[in-house]
Design a protein around this ligand. Structure first.
Ligand SMILES: *Cc1c(COP(=O)(O)O)cnc(C)c1O
Length: 369
């Protein structure tokens, strides 16, 4: 196969390994892992590698992604609060959805009735991050309304932290969920099976053994794909951080000054750039740009390469200190943070390959949407 650049390569063996590690550390604390697939657009070879790691529940924020999973043998969760305009698709393509608006849940109830299905709901509770969720004081009244609805099954309560407000999960805020579960049990004689305690930012509590007893589900995306927890950005023990590698080709390689010549106006994105004078440097232009990547999240695998900047299609690197004797046409590898990986996986201009064996020559291609 002739490889096309820029591309991303996914090492599925490493990915399956990360899933196994995280599933096993959570299992010891009686927590089940719901694997979040949105950052890689739920491409099916990648989802299958995740399932091989021992998860049975997957979650995505987009119906379009859940549709791709329709024929896979796993439970599907919709993460994003549903739109009223999509309730039929929500019932059709997900087994459970996260919700915070009783009116939307009423629409889901009607859709489920029309489709002759029962739809599961996790009620999201805002315990401080100010993204989605009903406030703690509204939970009991909302539950009362939900359990009166036909074709709706309230299976749990959950929360999401460190997404908007940057609030770090701890035993104080997560204990609120457990208290609510007890309150719901006492008020309605309803024993909710699922207490969903957040995303990759809650994993540090599993690692440090500070997770309050009773939290029994985490929805994990980033820790699985990038091998790090997101409360403090620490590596997850025994996990790989190089499952996904971006590769780009050098299209220009020249020694040039580091400060532009001429009167300086705005760059291609309307910013006024500043330059530090480092003298003449060996600069490589890579054929990839801001249309595909989030520049701030790009990290060259070669420690001796740094990023100068990028326009929409040209990424400019300082390769002066690289020990490799880079040439025109050579390929440069990059790791990515979550935001950059999200943009790369979503870009139709980036080819996507994966390998499933230790033999890196046996690449397969993932078709775009
Ligand atoms: C994206 C998302 C997750 C997963 O977050 P990670 O930080 O990638 O683990 C979990 N829950 C909800 C509601 C999400 O939107």
């Amino acid at each position: 196969m002739r490889k096309v650049y820029p591309c991303i390569e996914v090492d599925l063996l490493k990915l399956t390994h990360n899933v196994k590690e995280i599933v096993s550390m959570c299992k010891k604390k009686n927590i089940s892992v719901t694997s979040v697939t949105k950052v890689f657009c739920a491409y099916s070879p990648i989802v299958e590698a995740i399932l091989r790691g021992g998860v049975t529940d997957v979650a995505d924020s987009r119906i379009l992604n859940l549709k791709k999973l329709k024929h896979m043998n796993c439970n599907k969760m919709l993460l994003k609060i549903p739109m009223i305009s999509e309730v039929y698709e929500v019932v059709e393509y997900s087994d459970v959805s996260l919700n915070s608006e009783i009116d939307t849940i009423k629409h889901l109830s009607k859709a489920a009735k029309d489709l002759n299905k029962t739809h599961n709901i996790i009620l999201m509770v805002d315990i401080g991050d100010l993204r989605e969720g009903v406030l703690v004081g509204e939970v009991i009244d909302t539950v009362r309304e939900i359990i009166a609805l036909d074709n709706i099954n309230l299976i749990g309560i959950g929360t999401n932290l460190t997404c908007y407000g940057g609030v770090i999960p701890d035993s104080d805020n997560l204990s609120k969920l457990i208290k609510l579960k007890e309150e719901i049990k006492d008020t309605f004689n309803l024993n909710l099976p699922v207490i969903s305690g957040g995303n990759s930012s809650s994993l540090h509590m599993v690692i440090n053994d500070t997770m309050p007893k009773g939290i029994n589900q985490l929805r994990i995306g980033e820790s699985i794909v990038l091998g790090r927890e997101t409360a403090y950005g620490e590596p997850v023990p025994n996990c790989y951080d190089d499952v996904f590698i971006l590769k780009g080709e050098i299209v220009e390689l020249k020694n040039k000054p580091t400060v532009p010549t001429g009167k300086l106006g705005m760059d291609a994105f309307g910013n006024r750039p500043k330059f530090e004078d480092k003298g003449i440097r060996k600069r490589a232009i890579i054929a990839v740009g801001k249309q595909d990547i989030r520049l701030e999240g790009l990290v060259p695998v070669d420690d001796n390469i740094t990023v100068f900047g990028a326009s929409s299609d040209h990424l400019i690197l300082d390769v002066t200190d690289s020990k490799k004797n880079l040439k025109l046409g050579d390929i440069v590898d990059f790791k990515m943070d979550y935001g950059c990986l999200l943009s790369v996986m979503t870009s139709p201009y980036i080819e996507k390959y994966y390998y499933e064996t230790t033999c890196v020559d046996e690449l397969s291609k993932i078709e775009n949407f």
